[in-house]
Design a protein around this ligand. Structure first.
Ligand SMILES: Cc1ncc(COP(=O)(O)O)c(C=O)c1O
Length: 369
């Protein structure tokens, strides 16, 4: 007989998921109602409104995709691109690479702008690349979780808008932890994930599209490559006059993000961003006092994802497994070219507390002697 679930209570300080507030877990156990029940439609409308506020946008087409952040990424690309279009993707880590992989089957022509991992993409590079081509879409990651780089967006956004291209931005790790201003920053397609600074379980991806993006979607000549992620149908379910069935809405997940977003706005966006920066600085001071070095230059560091170099002579996997097994603390391994070279310490949403920081610093002090 397989036993009832009983996983350990972990202190989640990796690249996501983050810890979830008990109120969010309680919301998930709310009795189910139908996904077309007028009461559920009301809950969806509230989620939509809070998602708009979180993205700092008035975009009419703002909703939550049933799937993780990668589903949001794919939704943005497949709805905007048609075979033969040119799309420029800025790559300075794993998630820029993932964008390229998602673009490939669309039949669009991919133009990569590669920058060194651990550094932001230089606007001059983007300018040069835009001048040499005429991309329909320019895509970039705001918070590169694989390296801990915060990408400044405003200068690049102006170039993209001046060139008449659509600006597509990944805010999976940044949203609800630092400023994300979809309208002020001229972003046409934006997506995120529920499990990072929003602190709901993984499984939902907030998305939003500008009027320009909407016009592009409405004037498509070919069908969207994915039936499940086709916004022309999803938006009827989320915003249409008739709220037509497309797929069964993930009721309990929507309950979870509804409560998580309520918690975000109870705290207030500015206070939440300030908490992430304040705690990042406390963690940074503690780690630097122990001799750890950060991968990223101070002005481009993400507050919610701290990438530090593993000191020479220490066994990456052994120390992470000691943290997990002896202290119940999860931190992230390095990815791609930083595998075995860095640790990624998350301070996201409910996991961004002094308690989390003190527990990790205490454990590291014991392990490193
Ligand atoms: C920046 C970024 N983009 C996209 C993703 C993909 O999201 P998911 O793993 O939720 O599908 C992640 C996941 O960590 C991410 O950090």
């Amino acid at each position: 007989m397989i036993k009832e679930l009983n996983p350990s209570t972990r202190i989640l300080m990796g690249p996501g998921p983050s810890n979830v507030h008990p109120r969010v877990l309680k919301a998930m156990s709310t009795p189910l109602i139908g996904h077309l029940d007028p009461q559920f439609i009301q809950i969806m409308d509230e989620v939509k409104e809070m998602t708009r506020q979180l993205f700092q946008t008035n975009n009419q087409i703002t909703s939550v995709i049933s799937g993780t952040g990668s589903a949001g990424m794919e939704t943005c690309f497949v709805n905007l691109l048609e075979p033969g279009d040119e799309v420029m993707v800025c790559v300075n880590g794993v998630f820029g690479n993932l964008m390229c992989e998602i673009v490939e089957p669309s039949g669009a022509k991919l133009i990569r702008v590669d920058a060194p991992w651990g550094k932001p993409v230089d606007p001059a590079q983007v300018k040069e690349a835009i001048e040499k081509s005429s991309p329909k879409v320019v895509a970039i990651v705001h918070a590169e979780t694989s390296t801990g780089v915060l990408q400044p967006l405003e200068e690049i956004s102006r170039m993209v808008n001046d060139a008449g291209s659509l600006f597509l931005v990944d805010t999976v790790t940044s949203l609800a932890g630092t400023q994300v201003k979809a309208d002020d920053w001229g972003i046409d397609a934006i997506y995120s994930g529920s499990q990072k600074c929003i602190s709901a379980p993984p499984g939902l991806s907030p998305v939003s599209f500008s009027q320009e993006a909407l016009k592009t979607m409405d004037s498509r000549k070919t069908r969207v490559q994915s039936w499940y992620l086709d916004m022309s149908m999803i938006r009827n379910y989320w915003a249409g006059a008739k709220r037509a069935y497309h797929h069964t809405g993930p009721i309990s997940m929507i309950y979870s993000i509804h409560e998580a977003l309520r918690i975000v706005f109870e705290e207030g966006l500015e206070k939440r961003f300030e908490r992430h920066y304040r705690n990042h600085k406390i963690l940074r001071d503690g780690l630097e006092a122990m001799g750890f070095e950060f991968l990223v230059a101070p002005e481009y560091r993400l507050p919610m994802l701290n990438a530090i170099r593993i000191p020479a002579g220490y066994d990456d996997a052994l120390i992470r497994s000691r943290l997990l097994n002896e202290y119940n603390i999860e931190i992230g391994a390095g990815l791609g070219e930083f595998a075995g070279k860095v640790w990624r310490i998350g301070l996201m949403g409910e996991s961004c507390t002094l308690n989390h920081i003190n527990m990790l610093l205490g454990a590291l002090k014991t392990i490193f002697g």
